[in-house]
Design a protein around this ligand. Structure first.
Ligand code: MHO
Length: 207
C-alpha cells in the first residue's frame, strides 16, 4: 500500500472546506518534536515552526539572536480546546524550571485575551500563577517562519511519503501548510494519528 496522490488531495481539500481555526504558539525546546507531536492530534489542522520571543529582525536558524524555537498550531476549537493544548504543553516541560539557552526556552504566547484568560484559569486550577512559574508567558509580537528544511522535519525523512507530495506537485510552502502533512509528520515520528489505518508503513529509504 502506498500513500496516494488522491489521499493527499482529498484530505487537504476536506480540511480546507470544513474548519474555522484558531492559532496557538508555544516554545518547549527543539521545535521538530512538538511539530510532530501536536500535528498528530485530532483537531490540529496545520502546524508550522519558527522563531519568536526576541527582538532581532529576520532571525534565521544560524543567526537566531534572542529568539526561541517555537511551533504554531492551527486548531479547530470545536474539536480540541486551547486548554487541551495547554495540558500537553505543561506535560512536556516543568514550569518550575527554565532552560538557560534562549533558543530552547519554554514559552506560552497568549495571542488573544481569550487565550490569556484560558491560561490564567488553567494555571489557577493547578495552584499556579503566571508570575509564579519559570515558563515565559508573552504576547506574540511577531512569528518568523523557520527555514523550509525545519518544517515537517520528521516527514521529510520518509522518502515514500515525500515522493507522494512531490507527485501531487506541492512546493515547500504547500507542504508546510498541508493538513495531511501535519498528520504524516506526527505519524513519521511514531505518534498515533486518526488516519493511521489508511496509511502505509513509512519507508526511510533514499529516493
Ligand atoms: N540537537 C538538535 C537540535 C535541532 S533543533 C532544530 C540537532 O541539531 O540535531 O534545535
Amino acid at each position: 500500500m502506498t500513500l496516494t496522490q488522491t489521499q493527499i488531495r482529498e484530505y487537504d481539500r476536506r480540511a480546507m472546506d470544513s474548519e474555522e481555526t484558531d492559532t496557538a504558539t508555544f516554545g518547549i525546546g527543539c521545535f521538530w518534536g512538538p511539530d510532530a507531536q501536536f500535528g498528530a492530534i485530532d483537531g490540529v489542522v496545520r502546524t508550522r515552526v519558527g522563531y519568536a520571543g526576541g527582538t532581532k529582525l529576520d532571525p534565521t536558524y544560524h543567526s537566531l539572536g534572542d529568539h526561541t524555537e517555537v511551533f504554531q498550531v492551527e486548531f479547530d476549537p470545536d474539536t480540541i480546546a486551547y486548554r487541551d493544548l495547554l495540558e500537553m504543553v505543561f506535560k512536556s516541560h516543568n514550569p518550575q524550571r527554565q532552560t538557560k539557552k534562549t533558543q530552547y526556552q519554554n514559552i506560552v504566547f497568549a495571542a488573544t485575551e481569550g487565550q490569556r484568560a484560558g491560561l490564567d484559569e488553567f494555571l489557577t486550577t493547578r495552584g499556579l500563577t503566571a508570575n509564579g512559574i519559570e515558563t515565559r508567558i508573552e504576547q506574540l509580537s511577531r512569528f518568523y517562519l523557520a527555514e523550509d528544511y525545519h518544517q515537517k522535519y520528521k516527514l521529510r525523512s520518509v522518502s515514500s511519503f515525500m515522493d507522494a507530495f512531490e507527485a501531487v506537485g506541492y512546493d515547500d510552502e504547500e507542504l508546510r501548510e498541508s493538513p495531511i502533512a501535519a498528520k504524516l509528520n506526527g505519524y513519521a515520528a511514531g505518534h498515533d494519528v486518526a488516519l493511521a489505518e489508511e496509511l502505509p508503513t513509512p519507508e526511510h529509504g533514499m529516493t
